[in-house]
Ligand binder design. Structure first.
Ligand code: HEC
Ligand code: HEC
Ligand code: HEC
Ligand code: HEC
Ligand code: HEC
Length: 271
């Protein structure tokens, strides 16, 4: 079972927390079935007031917000459910998406082994790993190779005849299957800065084990708890992931950073 969300219990008990509890329950069922990986199911009705709504990761209102007709329904399928682009829909709570080629616990497909070039450096102490599931979730859109709407489970009430969309990928190519068709800096804002690609060697290393659990490294500060730092910078099974520095649900900082940019690096690094 996964307790990594427990640091969030200080928040008022809203819909997401209630759903977190049902995710815990679902994972208890998962234990008795002896299968791994139970995802966080997300109900769009309960999540109606979630801070993710209206944010860059709310893909149900893009046309309205941008004042165009070209996004949901045309550039990608409108599932009528803002959560399902990432989360398993409630009716699939007990399904192990990994068995269907999905990313463990999430409603998206995992790329083939070796798809990414990781960060590497001679001074890196931590052993490099292939991206963990929460980073794979982010990369499944942000590497630009998979369509935004390429989910494993469509919501139960979705009718396939409504699927009249192109299935665009988040990259800057001038192709019929790329958001870059419009998002080129002229027709619409340039999407390129948001696309990491598959070569991660120039990004901050991810899915690396953080010093302080199994070994001490004086270049790094000790986290207050296993789930990370009390200022909101998080660790996932002791690892640094995309979501250590970005919070798609609850951030009030620029670029969805978990803490302000000027204190982010020094949360972990001593120099
Ligand atoms: C862009 C992807 C994305 C979308 C869209 C999304 N979520 Fe999440 N959600 C996440 C991530 C990532 C986490 C895990 C955060 C963590 O583990 O720290 C999460 C966590 C949660 C949790 C667990 C509780 C918590 O605080 O960690 C709930 C419940 C949840 N989301 C509900 C929803 C609902 C409801 C919607 C739709 C309104 C939604 N999510 C849309 C990515 C997404
Ligand atoms: C379903 C596709 C999808 C997934 C999954 C996804 N994103 Fe995004 N993300 C987007 C889109 C689309 C944008 C907006 C791009 C734009 O503004 O041009 C975006 C924007 C962002 C931004 C920039 C926000 C800003 O203010 O400009 C950050 C940071 C980000 N995402 C991080 C993440 C992280 C971290 C995860 C994983 C926890 C994640 N994303 C998962 C599609 C996705
Ligand atoms: C037919 C042209 C077109 C296509 C295709 C298109 N967009 Fe847009 N998009 C626009 C325009 C125009 C705007 C409004 C101006 C701007 O923000 O640059 C916009 C705005 C946005 C915004 C900002 C909305 C907000 O709330 O801040 C995001 C995010 C976005 N688009 C994502 C995407 C993604 C992801 C794709 C591909 C899956 C895509 N768009 C495909 C034309 C398009
Ligand atoms: C160690 C912290 C850290 C990690 C880990 C991290 N980021 Fe970031 N990210 C940042 C910071 C700081 C910025 C803003 C400054 C910059 O562009 O470098 C940023 C910028 C971004 C942007 C917006 C770029 C722009 O200019 O609009 C996106 C999208 C993004 N990150 C996604 C991701 C994804 C996906 C991952 C995992 C593969 C990830 N980040 C891992 C700290 C991090
Ligand atoms: C969540 C903790 C955390 C945060 C926040 C963080 N880092 Fe890191 N960073 C690490 C870890 C862990 C490593 C891997 C170190 C190792 O194993 O040698 C690392 C590695 C690096 C490296 C590569 C060092 C090398 O030897 O190749 C650079 C550069 C770096 N970080 C810069 C930054 C910057 C700049 C920021 C702020 C935008 C930042 N880090 C934020 C944890 C963090």
């Amino acid at each position: 079972m996964n307790f990594k969300h427990s640091q969030k219990f200080y928040r008022p008990l809203g819909g997401r927390q209630l759903f977190f509890l049902s995710a815990v329950f679902a994972s208890m069922i998962g234990v008795t079935q002896a299968i791994a990986a139970v995802g966080i199911v997300a109900d769009p009705v309960i999540g109606l007031n979630d801070p993710i709504m209206g944010s860059k990761h709310d893909f149900t209102g893009l046309n309205e917000r941008a004042g165009v007709d070209a996004m949901e329904g045309l550039a990608y399928t409108d599932y009528g459910n803002p959560c399902v682009y990432c989360h398993l829909p409630p009716e699939e709570a007990d399904t192990d998406s990994e068995l269907l080629g999905g990313i463990e616990g999430w409603n998206r497909f995992a790329p083939a082994e070796g798809h990414y070039t990781p960060y590497s450096s001679p001074t890196l102490d931590a052993q490099l790993q292939t991206p963990g599931s929460i980073s794979l979730l982010c990369l499944s859109c942000h590497d630009g190779t998979m369509a935004l709407d390429m989910v494993i489970f469509k919501p139960g009430n979705f009718r396939s005849e409504d699927d009249a969309a192109l299935h665009m990928r988040m990259n800057s190519a001038d192709e019929l299957t790329s958001c870059g068709r419009c998002h080129n800096g002229f027709t619409a804002h340039d999407i390129a800065p948001k696309v990491l690609g598959t070569d991660l060697s120039d990004e901050h290393p991810i899915s690396i084990q953080y010093a302080g659990f199994n070994w001490r490294d004086r270049d790094f500060k000790l986290p207050q708890q296993a789930s990370g730092f009390s200022n909101g910078v998080r660790l996932y099974d002791g690892n640094v992931e995309c979501a250590s520095c970005h919070d798609v649900h609850n951030s009030t900082n620029e670029l969805l950073l978990t803490v302000r940019r000027d204190i982010l690096c020094a949360t972990c690094h001593t120099k």
